[in-house]
Design a protein around this ligand. Structure first.
Ligand code: PMP
Length: 376
């Protein structure tokens, strides 16, 4: 059996996408490459529901996306409101502080989200230049209601720019950049898009671009959207060398997703999440989040199952899951169910989890668990 990579990113990459990656490298200004890049940019807009936005594909991980989102719209000393429901939300605080922004953090307990009333209250008391939302926080498996948050922000503070981290959401959950009126969104290649790690995809609204243009000083060179815009408009031009082969892989995977149908792809994620959850809760694992994301699940261990033994025995059976982060470490594990992973593969993973539970002396009704998976 091939190793099943079920951590919440990177996710398995199909043979087809891997073979796109291994095609001959051509000049980054070659007409053939420009066409592939333009096609990937067009699909990036569709993915984000951002037909009216300006798309970017840049070499670097999701953290570059986070940093570009802030450096391009926030001046030193401006106010940033961070809504955090986990480790990756908190990362915005660190980036904001690095950029000398005035950062205020609204943090939800593990598995919860910040209540809309609290957000409304804070936004109506003080002006914030920007607000960050982590669509899915990968540390807690929690999904934020981006549409509702933007609505509230628009009501009480329409000038606040809305920044959405879609790293663990985009492709697995619907995002409607234009309709919801998001200003900056970004994702990474290595999660629901089923491409190796290495690219960040972004979209900026006209309003966000205007803000960047009005900034007299930008504290990034490589990440400055004004340097990249001419290249994204015409990829024959040069600013910094794009990751040519990674763009082949991205374009191939996005083409496959679009051919499958975006809505069908979202539904596939919802279904996979429901099956995994039905099975593992039947096996006495507890789902951490009150607002669970379709892309990954964080499960608390039942009494008697030790984290290290569980994950290493599972790895020996070629199923790789991730440890929990921060205060949840040792108490829970994280399982991704996104990208090119199939229901059949997840069924195999559940069977392996049952084997490990048995090895660890944890008694379960296997039939019940497997039926829960099949019937969900
Ligand atoms: N945001 C979220 C929600 C993430 O899950 C991650 C990575 N797991 C990041 C940002 C950072 O991305 P990267 O590790 O690719 O820099």
């Amino acid at each position: 059996m091939k190793e099943l990579l079920l951590i919440p990113g990177p996710t398995p990459v199909s043979e087809e996408v891997l073979s796109a990656l291994s095609k001959d490298t051509i000049a980054h200004t070659d007409d053939r490459f420009a066409k592939i890049m333009t096609s990937a940019l067009e699909k990036t807009k569709k993915l984000f529901g951002a037909e009216n936005a300006f798309p970017f594909i840049i070499s670097g991980s999701g953290t570059l996306g986070m940093e570009m989102a802030l450096t391009n719209v926030l001046n030193e000393g401006e106010n940033l409101l961070v809504l955090s429901h986990g480790f990756f939300g908190d990362r915005f605080v660190e980036i904001g502080k690095t950029l000398n922004a005035n950062v205020e953090l609204l943090k939800a307990p593990a598995g919860e989200t910040v209540p809309l009333d609290t957000i409304k209250n804070v936004l109506s008391k003080r002006h914030f230049h920007a607000l960050t939302i982590t669509h899915v926080d990968t540390s807690t498996g929690t999904l934020a209601d981006v549409e509702a948050i933007v609505k509230v922000a628009q009501e009480v503070s329409p000038e606040t720019l809305i920044i959405v981290d879609g790293v663990c959401a985009t492709g697995g959950v619907e995002e409607r950049f234009d309709q919801w009126r998001i200003d900056v969104i970004f994702t990474g290649s290595q999660k629901a898009l089923a491409v190796p790690p290495g690219l960040t995809l972004l979209a900026f609204s006209e309003r966000a671009i205007e803000k960047r243009k009005a900034m007299s000083k930008v504290r990034t060179y490589y990440g400055d959207i004004l340097r990249w815009m001419p290249i994204m408009e015409d990829p024959h031009k040069y600013f910094a060398t794009p990751a040519v082969n990674m763009v082949y892989a991205l374009e191939k995977s996005l083409s496959n997703i679009m051919a499958f149908g975006l809505t069908a792809y979202f539904e596939k994620h919802t279904r996979m999440a429901a099956k995994v959850r039905a099975a593992l809760t039947a096996a006495s694992f507890e789902l951490l989040s009150k607002h669970p994301a379709p892309t990954l699940s964080v499960f608390k261990y039942p009494e008697g199952i030790e984290d290290g033994a569980f994950r290493s025995r599972l790895a020996a059976k070629k199923v790789i899951v991730a440890s929990a982060l921060a205060e949840l470490q040792g108490k829970a594990f994280r399982m991704g169910h996104m990208g090119s992973v199939t229901e059949d593969e997840l069924f195999v993973a559940i069977k392996k989890v049952l084997e490990v539970c048995e090895e660890l002396g944890f008694k379960l009704d296997k039939g019940l668990v497997l039926n829960a998976f099949l019937e969900a």
